[in-house]
Design a protein around this ligand. Structure first.
Ligand SMILES: O=C(O)c1ccccc1N[C@@H]1O[C@H](COP(=O)(O)O)[C@@H](O)[C@H]1O
Length: 233
């Protein structure tokens, strides 16, 4: 299976179309008011119907309660929920039972100690997103355009699909995948001309760069690409 490419923080029809036409596998929509990429439910309804069936629709939330999630699910009709806050494994179970959608749990990474919660999340999440740990005084837990030390994931053995994010762009995505052996990549700031303002050319360049990535050697054990690679001998 090829590398999954997610373009996150889309908020206009025009840039959503660029991502879809460029071949993004996943398109992300941010529901977090302090973010410059936050969208209203009205916009979510419009962009959600535009993306339907063309890419996996991802709703990004941060410690959202059930009422907020209900509104998002009703308007965007997401295919997967990205939980980017401090949601516990118990909360993930709750959300799964209530909304019946696949869950992608974002895990903030700075050092290898940050991987300690993985076994718990692996029992309930469908996918893990490794993102750079935000500074303590940050106004949001992600979308800051800062990478983490990818070598923290170098020897990861995870029985779940995982993606990498945090400060990715067309110039560094190849190296990020080489080091982490992630099955997918996620970008927001790296395809923007300023926070919250997506740049069509940068979106196209990122997707092109990600599509050009050759499978790494040695073969990954657990990214989305591993099954196909093993099947292909
Ligand atoms: O994009 C945001 O504003 C945001 C807000 C709150 C939580 C996460 C957010 N973004 C996600 O963070 C990662 C990395 O983004 P970047 O490429 O470093 O800007 C990605 O998953 C974004 O979707």
């Amino acid at each position: 299976m090829p590398l999954l490419v997610k373009i996150c923080g889309l908020s206009t029809r025009e840039t959503l179309d660029v991502a879809l036409e460029g071949g993004a596998d996943m398109v992300g929509f941010v529901f977090f008011p302090p973010s410059p990429r936050h969208i209203s439910l009205e916009t979510a309804r419009e962009l959600g119907s535009r993306a339907k069936g063309r890419a996996v629709k991802v709703a990004l939330t941060v410690d959202a309660d059930d009422a907020i999630l209900e509104n998002i699910v009703e308007t965007l009709r997401p295919d997967i929920l990205q939980l980017h806050g401090k949601e516990t494994t118990a909360r993930l179970r709750d959300i799964k039972a209530k909304f019946g959608l696949p869950l992608m749990k974002a895990l903030p990474v700075e050092t290898s100690a940050d991987l300690a919660p993985l076994p718990g999340y692996a029992g309930v999440a469908d996918r893990i997103l490794f993102d750079a740990r935000a500074p303590k005084d940050a106004t949001r837990p992600g979308g800051l355009g800062a990478p983490f030390d990818w070598h923290v994931l170098e020897n990861l053995d995870l029985a779940l699909p995982y993606m990498v994010s945090g400060g990715l762009n067309a110039d560094n995505v190849t190296e990020a995948v080489r080091v982490t052996r992630a099955g997918g990549v996620d970008v927001s700031s790296g395809v923007e001309r300023m926070p919250g303002v997506k740049d069509p050319e940068l979106i196209r360049a990122f997707i092109r760069a990600a599509r050009a990535i050759q499978p790494s050697s040695p073969l990954p054990v657990h990214g989305e690409r591993s099954t196909a690679q093993r099947a292909g001998g």
